[in-house]
Design a protein around this ligand. Structure first.
Ligand SMILES: O=C(O)CCC(=O)C(=O)O
Length: 263
């Protein structure tokens, strides 16, 4: 169901253009996310036991979600407000290329400040957005459990200029505290970092990657089980048009392939 009007989508897109991030407060139902959290806790335990995560720093784990059950929810990845904003900033007919989680545990540390992707064209001014992350936590995110920290407005700066702006204090890092149900849409070129989770409970943040229609990221993909695909609506099928179809969602258990993540 659409919550926002066209004018409100335009306003979000305008803020995004300026800041490189917008947060939609209380956008996803808490009950849906609580079911995801319960399923995720089991997956996290299994993956940690097998050392089958991509490690993003001390006690910090990136885990791809199986595209099945609670994780293959069209109400989440085809959300009309989110897609309306994504299309305004990254063009029509985007592709979905990633469904994963970032989870700092107790003992995690500050990441180096980074971007998640290099510029499209080295040394030239930055382009409009081509890669977006839609992040939503599977718990409340407080100052104590490792909030994502980001700079505002560095996504359209050249990498060297962005670093200067950050280091000079002109573009400081800001923690993004979130309640379960909040959603953040961000340009992955903004300088940001993960921070320490000082609590005993994991702080999972789900991430859905949407790319401009022509952009291909070889480091990530969503394995879509054929039977799940068949039951999806037209919009979902279109978003996943470049993703491999597989016999079962466990096919990705061969391990994480998204290893280089900081630029
Ligand atoms: O999980 C977080 O808070 C940030 C993680 C991150 O930025 C990364 O791993 O690239």
């Amino acid at each position: 169901m659409v919550r926002y009007s066209d004018d409100e989508h335009d306003a979000y897109a305008q803020s995004f253009g300026r800041d490189g991030i917008v947060v939609l407060k209380q956008h996803f139902p808490k009950e849906t996310l609580s079911r995801c959290r319960a399923a995720f806790d089991g997956l996290l335990a299994q993956r940690l036991a097998r050392n089958a995560t991509a490690v993003r720093g001390e006690n910090r784990h990136y885990i791809t979600l199986p595209f099945a059950g609670v994780f293959a929810d069209e109400a989440i990845f085809c959300d009309p407000d989110i897609l309306a904003i994504v299309e305004r900033v990254a063009g029509d007919d985007p592709v979905m290329c990633q469904l994963a989680t970032d989870t700092p545990l107790k003992g995690s540390t500050y990441q180096d400040v980074h971007r998640d992707t290099p510029a499209l064209f080295d040394g030239l001014d930055e382009t409009p957005s081509f890669q977006l992350a839609v992040d939503f936590p599977l718990c409340d995110v407080t100052l104590g459990n490792g909030p994502f920290e980001t700079t505002l407005g560095t996504h359209r700066m050249r990498a060297d200029e962005a670093l200067i702006a950050y280091r000079s204090g002109a573009r400081p890092l800001q923690p993004v505290e979130m309640e379960l149900g909040d959603v953040m849409i961000r340009d992955v070129r903004a300088l940001h970092r993960g921070t320490p989770n000082r609590t005993a409970l994991p702080r999972p943040m789900a991430v859905i990657g949407y790319s401009r229609s022509w952009y291909f990221r070889p480091e990530v993909h969503v394995d879509v089980p054929r039977d799940v695909y068949q039951n999806l609506g037209a919009r979902a099928k279109r978003l996943l048009r470049h993703m491999p179809q597989v016999d079962d969602a466990g096919a990705m258990d061969s391990g994480e392939t998204y290893l280089k993540f900081a630029y």
